[in-house]
Design a protein around this ligand. Structure first.
Ligand SMILES: Cc1cc2nc3c(=O)[nH]c(=O)nc-3n(C[C@H](O)[C@H](O)[C@H](O)COP(=O)(O)OP(=O)(O)OC[C@H]3O[C@@H](n4cnc5c(N)ncnc54)[C@H](O)[C@@H]3O)c2cc1C
Length: 392
């Protein structure tokens, strides 16, 4: 059996590892755009903040792939898929044929139309190296800016605080995570950031960068801000270009059922790129967190190996912004909820939003209230109504 995996992140690599465990003689190939063996994106902030050395971000050694008899093609991009004749064209000019194919390509960082030295993104290890280089070069003379109001913005807030740089934060929405948070939860976060010395500018759309080769500032619809480093965290987006003629159905991600099977036979998907039917939450979802990607990699490998297994997990993503803990559990899309219950308040310094649909809890956002995590996760798994929760 020939297994071909596109993407060597945690979803693709976990799938390869699981396939190998289940079948010692299978041929397993990974095409990986990145040159590095598997590393943890979750640990990149710890590396940037100097809590761990660079080598600690790696989860696999170079030699691991050969030891596992996995053919790892680093630096090779899948450039087209012929799902009828079952092969993938690589950027190295080769054709990789398969019996079963896994699409685990994650997302590409959404970037600005302009580029200057001082612009920083945060997705890959190379991005982390680049940011550290900028911070080292500029030292105390750096002026920090952040554009975006989500997970990556939180990471930049923590970096710039760690390096003791005054920080200007601008984002397009009225508050952080407008697709999930109610205004009072957004206010709680903004208040916390302001109290910690961040200059916060909501409702700001970036119009242009200021500077010749080196960044000197950025201009929004409301004003110009001085900055020599601008951390950009405006989301990720899928790259479907290589799937264009494959007939694979895509939406926000690569569409799949609860078995992570796409509409094409013997083609599967897992991780950030997968838009799968979630049998616990009862709708098609795309989830961008480590726990989800790793578990999907493991589950899809079972199905690819012949033991058809539905994916069932309530995953969560925990982050913090200057010490304020923020946790997302399950389905936290405001538009898909029928009711959102709020516990706590800005004055209390903590707010939990509980999302309910069809008389049962489907998700939760916890800000400064991480002790609610276990009971909300359990309530989602057990399809309990909000009235069953006992949060103080
Ligand atoms: C800085 C940072 C911090 C994070 N912190 C957390 C956290 O604290 N908790 C949490 O739960 N999640 C966190 N995440 C999110 C988490 O890391 C992702 O959800 C997870 O890595 C997704 O794994 P994946 O394998 O689906 O995709 P990816 O990790 O994106 O891997 C996909 C790989 O496929 C490659 N690829 C893409 N297209 C092609 C192609 N055509 N051919 C070949 N290869 C291709 C990509 O280059 C990439 O290497 C963080 C992410 C970042 C960036």
């Amino acid at each position: 059996m020939k297994f071909l995996i596109i993407g060597g992140g945690v979803a693709g690599t976990t799938a390869a590892e699981e396939l190998r465990k289940r079948d010692a003689s299978a041929e397993i190939t990974i095409l990986s755009e990145e040159h590095h063996p598997l590393y943890s994106r979750v640990l990149l902030p710890h590396y940037i903040n100097g809590k761990i050395p660079r080598e600690r971000v790696f989860l696999k050694r170079d030699g691991w792939y050969a030891e596992q008899n996995i053919d790892w093609q680093g630096g090779v991009l899948a450039s087209h898929l012929d799902a009828r004749n079952k092969f993938v064209g690589g950027s190295d000019g080769r054709e990789y044929d398969y019996d079963k194919l896994l699409i685990a390509t994650g997302g590409e960082v959404r970037s600005l139309p302009e580029d200057l030295r001082g612009i920083s993104y945060l997705r890959m290890l190379d991005d982390a190296d680049h940011l550290l280089q900028l911070l080292t070069e500029q030292g105390e003379t750096a002026r920090a800016g952040i554009y975006g109001g989500g997970f990556i913005a939180c990471e930049y807030l923590n970096f710039f605080a760690h390096f003791q740089l005054p920080t200007i934060l601008a984002y397009r929405g009225e508050h952080f995570w407008t697709r999930s948070l109610l205004p009072e939860a957004g206010e709680l976060i903004a208040k916390h950031l302001i109290q910690n010395g961040v200059e916060v500018h909501p409702n700001s759309t970036l119009e242009r960068l200021d500077g010749d080769k080196e960044l000197q500032g950025f201009v929004t619809n409301t004003e110009r801000h001085a900055a020599t480093i601008l951390g950009v965290g405006i989301g990720i987006e899928p790259d479907f270009s290589w799937l264009r003629e494959s007939g694979i159905e895509v939406g926000r991600g690569v569409k799949a059922n609860e078995f992570l099977e796409t509409n094409a036979s013997d083609v599967y998907t897992a991780g950030d790129i997968a838009e799968f039917f979630d049998p616990i939450l009862g709708r098609q979802l795309q989830i961008g967190n480590w726990m989800n990607a790793m578990s999907q990699g493991r589950t899809v490998a079972k199905t690819m190996g012949g033991e058809r297994t539905p994916f069932q997990l309530v995953s969560s993503y925990a982050t913090n912004a200057l010490g304020l803990e923020i946790i997302f559990v399950g389905d936290v899309e405001r538009a898909a909820a029928e009711e959102i219950h709020v516990i706590g308040s800005v004055a209390d310094g903590g707010i939990t939003q509980v999302f309910e649909r069809g008389g049962r809890i489907v998700g939760g956002v916890l800000i400064g209230r991480n002790t609610d995590r276990a009971s909300i996760t359990k309530a989602i798994q057990e399809k309990q109504p909000f009235s069953s929760l006992n949060l103080l």
